[in-house]
Design a protein around this ligand. Sequence first.
Ligand code: CP
Length: 309
Amino acid sequence: RRHLISAADLSRDDALLILDTADELAKISERSIKKLPTLRGRTVVNLFFEDSTRTRISFEAAAKRLSADVINFSAKGSSVSKGESLKDTALTLEAMGADAVVIRHGASGAPHRLAGWVRGSVVNAGDGTHEHPTQALLDAFTMRRRLGSLDGRRVTIVGDVLHSRVARSNVLLLATLGAEVTLVAPPTLLPVSVGSWPCAVSYDLDAVLPKSDVVMMLRVQRERMNAAFFPTEREYSRRYGLDRDRVAKMHDDAIVMHPGPMNRGMEIAAEVADSPRSTIVEQVANGVTTRMAVLYLLLGGANLGGEDQ
Ligand code: CP
């Protein structure tokens, strides 16, 4: 496989290979080996047309830990402000010798278009409201580390599903891995297509919590929100926010996730985000390992020997 555009492109075997490779990389890193020579001489371009903290930095860290050369491109301060198209930007980067292009873009489908223009591998780092497949992979990796196999695990994803590429990629990947997913959201924050997704839907968070092994809270995406579709922030927190009282309804081993960035006090209470059940910081660390696995597999790196430089 040359590109990673959608979680739907991954078979169960593909997904397990990425997660197993990430496990192997985590073990190497636990042996205090910080850098592997496996992608020496290869070039990874990070092409970010939308803001990012976690994804951008973790792709950069992942590529550098595999000894690839990294070029970081941000639309802000580039010739995009002079009207240069995505295609011309991509061909310019291609001329500089990109073996892989990691792209985040506000338009759903931009990574798919890019894949038709460049020779290297394309990795979707989030496109509009469509998909964020490496987020779903790092989330699955985090769940596996805490809970073991995902077969039959019950995962509840809560909040602004309408605008969430994280939710869509998670639903697709988790279904492939055998988990049972339930979405909980106000009816106005669910996409019309949700009926065809491989998951259940509920409007009652309190009823679903006791049966959940994982509760994944989504960021309310105010920047994409049409005010007419949104209850007041207070009403939203009251019905869909995860606070201490709600967490008390979860079973002892259940975990709380959030992809970040968080609106503390809105979809998740600060004390819940910082509690031992929360995997939010682990998710960030696991993001580096999982993205290393993706780059390694797409670029056909040399064997993972675990030797230091
Ligand atoms: N989870 C996530 O994609 O975060 P960033 O927008 O900071 O990359």
